[in-house]
Each structure stands twice: as structure tokens, then as C-alpha cells.
Design a protein around this ligand. Structure first.
Ligand SMILES: Nc1ncnc2c1ncn2[C@@H]1O[C@H](COP(=O)(O)OP(=O)(O)OP(=O)(O)O)[C@@H](O)[C@H]1O
Ligand SMILES: [Mg+2]
Length: 366
């Protein structure tokens, strides 16, 4: 989605991705097929580029720093990635900026000891490489210790969530910042993965101001350049706390493609290339739902069924990402519906989703 926008802005992109013919390569001039951590490949990418950015929080930090030192700007920079990639470092850094967040603790030594000191229930989070809820476990009591995450982790208070909110903030190299209207994200509680969203969130103007202030303070503290998404919890006593910051275009921001004056991808490109930032205003309220592959965990070529019925519903904007392989739970696309009433939009988007089935066509051994 970023390279597609880049083409419209007359920007040439070169993509580094380990999968040959990855979706981003469709609109890119060239693709370097290599691991995200490959220092030589990053160097080759920098040689072709005036500026380097990313839409996944991977990449070899010393190698990215090396690119910066040799004069290729990396935006956002490796310092931001260092702070964000480790959930404990991220919490400590943002707490030092005075931002409200769930009570948390580092896990040093056996988890049961940290748990006994902290008290149940709590949420255990992998410090690194958590994604789409894969590094998150809720432990109600000592009986849950057997299904705790292994590896370095932190624990935090389990918030009694009334709504999950996300604010997209774009910040230019000159420090100019703009916030989009707040999004309410609808997270699947079983898998802790984004299921859908409402745009704008049904919150009061005071809550919106508070959400914007938290989001802008976080991005400013990080000295970030680009599009950032700040995830927050609104609890049942109306307390707003910061969950985490994504230093890149985010799944929640896909709704801005149709529902905002400038989409998050274009904003990100404008910010990292030094173009003026775009308007963040709402065009029309909307809802978005994710399209995850169904079926088995086996990988296989993608089969999409039910397009005829889904597209027969008026106002349904379908985005399939062109991924060549599917497996159960993989994000394959999303659907957006615009409507003055976002919950009506959500109903229609879910109805369209129910018509679709995306899965691996034939099972090929992984
Ligand atoms: N402290 C908490 N209290 C209650 N629920 C929580 C807490 N932390 C996380 N969750 C739930 O787990 C979900 C995933 O958590 P988090 O965003 O930290 O993980 P993630 O794997 O980085 O997710 P993603 O990549 O999808 O954003 C949250 O959206 C929320 O629903
Ligand atoms: Mg999250």
C-alpha cells in the first residue's frame, strides 16, 4: 500500500523483502530478495535510495545506524526502533515522558516470583517480536503459569478495558505534527488480534483531546519522523493509558485510505521525504474489518471464494494484498465501508466478510 502511493507521488521505490514477488514489489522499481536483517542487502538498498524507511519493525540496528552514519537518512531512525522493539524499554522511555500507562514490572528470574510480587491477574508480554497478539498472555492465577510465554518478558496490570483506541500521528522532519481523528479498534479477545475498527471512535471531545495529547507527546518524545500509531486503553473508570507505539503505517490506519483526506501511507511518505504533510480530516465516518485466512495452518496458494456475493453489497471497498500464500490466521486483506453511522458501516463490512472465504487452496508441506 505504501509503494502504491509512492508511485502516485512520482517517488521511485526499491523494496527489501525475503519473499520473491512480495506484494510491495508490485509497485516498486526493484526488489532485493534478502532477510530484513541482512546488512549487505540494507547497504545495497541504501545505495539505490535517497531515504530508507520500513513498515515492519525488523532490520539490523547496527546496519541501519551505519547507513545513517554514511549519510542515508533512515526514517524513523534506529534509535526509535531500539526503544520500540523492546516492550520494556518502550514502557520505561515513555513513562519518563510522564505518559500514563498500566502498572508494569520487569521479569527477572522465575516468572512465578515476579508474579507473586506483582499479583494476579496480569498480562505477560514478550519483550521482543510480539506481533498480532502472539507475544501476549493473560494469567489469571498460578494455575496459568504452565501456559506462560517463555523468553524475556515483562508483566503488566490487566486493564478493565471499555474501549481500545488508536491515534495516528504524522510528524515531519521539521517537527510539525498532525493527528487523525481517534479510531476505536475492535480486538478479538481470544487471539488479541485486530478484528475491525470504527472511525471516528465514539468518544467525547475531552477524551479525544486527551488521546491526542498522549499520542503527540509520545511521538514527540521519540523524535519520530513518519506515520506513527499510538494504541491506548480507555478503562471502565474513564482512565486513558498508553499501550504501545507503532513506528510505521499500522493496520488500524488502513481506514484512512478512503475515510480521510490523506491516507497514512501517503503521510508517511510525505514525512520521510520532506514533502508537506497532508490534511488529516475525516472525509466520511467508516468501519474496517480485517480479512484473515481461514482453514488449516498449512501454507498453500491463495483461494478466494464468494467475491461475487461480497461485491454485490453496495459501498464495500475490498483490499486484497496480493499475498501468494495463505495459512490460517494470516492477514490477507481488509474491507472498508463508509457510512455516516460507523456502526452501520461495521454491520455492512461484516456482512461482506461473511460472504468471503480465503484459504490455502491445496496443502503444500511448509
Ligand atoms: N495491560 C493489558 N490489559 C488488558 N488487555 C491487554 C493489555 N495489554 C494488551 N492487551 C490486549 O492484548 C492486545 C494485544 O496487545 P499488544 O498490542 O501489546 O500486543 P501486540 O502483539 O503488539 O499486538 P499488535 O501487533 O496486534 O498491535 C491488546 O490490543 C489488548 O486487547
Ligand atoms: Mg498492539
Amino acid at each position: 500500500m505504501m509503494t502504491e502511493r509512492a508511485a502516485r507521488l512520482h517517488l521511485t521505490t526499491h523494496v527489501l523483502d525475503p519473499s520473491p514477488d512480495c506484494p510491495a514489489s508490485t509497485f516498486a522499481a526493484t526488489q532485493i530478495v534478502a532477510d530484513f536483517d541482512d546488512a549487505r542487502a540494507l547497504e545495497a538498498l541504501a545505495e539505490r535510495s535517497d531515504v530508507v524507511t520500513f513498515d515492519i519493525e525488523r532490520g539490523n540496528l547496527p546496519a541501519l545506524q551505519e547507513l545513517m552514519d554514511r549519510g542515508t537518512p533512515v526514517r524513523p531512525g534506529p534509535r526509535v526502533l531500539t526503544l520500540i522493539r523492546d516492550k520494556l524499554l518502550q514502557r520505561r522511555f515513555l513513562e519518563a515522558s510522564g505518559l500514563p500507562m498500566p502498572r508494569y514490572a520487569e521479569v527477572e528470574g522465575p516468572l512465578e516470583d515476579a508474579a507473586a510480587r506483582f499479583g494476579y491477574p496480569f498480562v505477560q508480554k514478550a519483550r521482543r517480536d510480539g506481533y498480532d497478539g502472539r507475544g501476549v498472555a493473560v494469567l489469571q492465577g498460578p494455575e496459568d503459569l504452565q501456559r506462560a510465554l517463555s523468553g524475556p518478558s515483562m508483566i503488566e496490570e490487566r486493564i478493565d478495558i471499555a474501549r481500545e483506541l488508536a491515534v495516528i500521528v504524522v510528524r515531519g522532519a521539521d517537527g510539525e505534527m498532525r493527528c487523525y481523528p481517534t479510531i476505536e479498534t475492535l480486538v478479538d479477545p481470544r487471539r488479541a488480534v485486530l478484528d475491525g475498527l470504527l472511525f471516528p471512535a465514539p468518544i467525547s471531545p475531552e477524551q479525544e483531546r486527551e488521546a491526542w495529547s498522549i499520542a503527540a507527546t509520545a511521538v514527540c518524545a521519540l523524535d519520530g519522523v513518519g506515520s506513527f500509531t499510538v494504541e491506548m486503553f480507555l478503562d471502565r473508570s474513564n482512565r486513558l493509558t498508553l499501550n504501545e507505539v507503532s513506528p510505521r503505517p499500522h493496520n488500524a490506519g488502513h481506514v484512512t485510505i478512503e475515510a480521510a483526506e490523506t491516507c497514512q501511507f501517503e503521510q508517511h511518505l510525505r514525512a520521510v521525504t520532506g514533502l508537506p504533510l497532508g490534511d488529516t480530516r475525516l472525509v466520511r465516518p467508516a468501519a474496517m474489518v480485517n480479512l484473515l485466512a481461514q482453514g488449516s495452518k498449512q501454507r498453500g496458494p491463495v483461494r478466494v471464494e464468494g467475491l461475487d456475493r461480497a461485491l454485490a453489497l453496495s459501498g464495500v471497498r475490498l483490499h486484497l494484498y496480493g499475498k501468494t500464500e495463505a495459512w490460517a490466521g494470516r492477514k490477507m486483506g481488509h474491507l472498508t465501508v463508509l457510512d455516516d453511522d460507523p456502526s452501520r458501516a461495521l454491520d455492512r463490512a461484516m456482512r461482506a466478510r461473511d460472504c468471503l472465504r480465503i484459504e490455502a487452496a491445496t496443502e503444500v508441506a511448509a
